[in-house]
Design a protein around this ligand. Structure first.
Ligand code: ADP
Ligand code: MG
Length: 399
């Protein structure tokens, strides 16, 4: 991808470059080399949106953008933490009571430290420096990357390796309890368990994972950040969850994973058309996710693309979590179409802003990105940020 297309990208450092910079920043701040360096990626969800808390399927990949933490032991009873991206230095408790306080960026780390402590694994004092190439608050899961990086650091520090599923769940709990965000399991599972060149089909009910290769170098994932975030996000997310729970209860099923298309009408009659549409989205999105896996396994990229557009329409019209800017990005991609090298496109993440994900022909990536940037800017006056990614490796220790 050309420099022009990524000109508005906040950071395009490779993982190796990022680690080298973090190491030297740590050295500069603390006067010694870090003993440990760990990395945990953000993620992009290819399809399966708002299905995780309904016990359904999701199909994310880790992106090659990471939260990196460098750390060394200190003589203190606390942890000193430098947030290089936020330009702040804070102190974390590693012993004694660790109650959730006012939510700040340090809450995500404190929650993970508390999760380890609850298992009897207490860290000693340490100094740490955090830096990331995952854009913050754009639906690419910088929060989970931060939690999972912290957990990976503690594993290294305490020489205790958690079971990967337990690790992901510990991080999810940290986000629930310390950041007050009732997220599903997708983000933390992705950052822990994803592997290079594969998508992760996650059954959010059984928590089982199946890896689906996405290693065809002719096909590239293109992420477009709308660079808008509408304030609705938190409240609307909670409302959608409540609507789904109410519909499941009315149907007498454990979650909408067990609902069928025949029941959409039943819900509509009992609870009204809004609920009917919500249920229709969840049922159809779960089916689309499984159909997408089958299509990817056969390299049927046009079919994958059709499913992505259908997912977007369902999120826009039935689930009502899209916004004008995301719709515009998808429309532009769809107008370019397969002749210009776009197979499919959809909003990704919770909605109301953030990013779209598109599948494009690798040879057309530059021209597609340039067209999207130009047309989106023309219509909105906003500079979008575009970058490509290959499915990346999950969290790991570097040093
Ligand atoms: P997303 O996970 O989609 O990026 P969230 O709102 O869930 O968006 O999480 C973003 C928050 O996570 C930020 O506001 C900040 O508190 C925290 N965060 C993520 N990455 C970093 C970082 N590199 N440095 C400091 N805080 C971070
Ligand atoms: Mg998040």
């Amino acid at each position: 991808m050309s420099e022009d297309a990524t000109a508005s990208s906040p950071s395009c450092l490779s993982l190796a470059e990022l680690c080298a910079e973090v190491e030297s920043q740590f050295q500069e701040r603390f006067g010694q080399a870090p003993q440990w360096i760990v990395a945990a990626p953000g993620r992009v969800n290819l399809i399966g949106e708002h299905t995780d808390y309904n016990g359904g399927f999701v199909l994310p990949a880790a992106i090659d953008r990471y939260v990196v933490i460098a750390a060394s032991p200190s003589d203190e009873e606390t942890a000193r933490l430098v947030g290089a991206d936020v330009g702040e230095e804070v102190v974390l408790h590693v012993r004694g009571s660790m109650e959730p306080g006012q939510v700040t960026w340090a809450s995500y780390l404190q929650g993970v430290v508390a999760g380890f402590a609850a298992r009897g694994c207490y860290a000693s004092g340490f100094n740490a420096l955090v830096r990331s190439t995952v854009p913050l608050g754009s639906g690419l899961s910088s929060s989970a990357a931060l939690e999972v990086a912290t957990a990976t650091l503690l594993e290294a520090m305490l020489e205790c390796e958690l079971d990967p599923v337990e690790k992901a769940l510990l991080c999810q709990q940290a986000e629930h309890k310390f950041a007050g965000v009732p997220c599903g399991i997708m983000d933390q599972f992705s950052s822990v368990l994803c592997q290079q060149d594969t998508l992760m089909l996650l059954d959010c009910r059984s928590q089982s994972v199946e890896l689906v290769p996405l290693d065809d170098t002719d096909v590239t994932i293109l992420i477009a950040n709308s660079n808008v975030k509408h304030e609705l996000t938190g409240g609307e997310y909670a409302r959608r969850r409540a609507e789904c729970e109410a519909a499941a209860k009315m149907l007498g099923v454990r979650s909408l994973r067990d609902a069928t298309f025949d029941q959409v009408e039943v819900v509509r009659t009992a609870l009204g058309s809004t609920y009917g549409r919500r249920v229709r989205h969840v049922i159809s999105e779960i089916a689309r996710t499984l159909d997408t896996v089958a299509a990817i396994r056969d390299s049927r990229w046009q079919d994958v693309g059709r499913l992505m557009y259908a997912s977007h329409e369902s999120l826009r019209d039935d689930y009502e979590v899209s916004c004008d800017e995301l719709n515009l990005l998808v429309d532009i991609a769809q107008q370019l179409g397969e002749t210009e090298g776009v197979f499919g496109s959809r909003m990704t993440g919770g909605g109301f802003g953030g990013c779209t994900v598109s599948l494009v022909k690798t040879s057309s990536t530059d021209s597609v990105a340039a067209s999207i940037i130009e047309r989106y800017f023309q219509r909105t006056g906003i500079q979008p940020t575009l970058f490509t990614t290959r499915p990346a490796r999950g969290a790991h220790r570097i040093k």
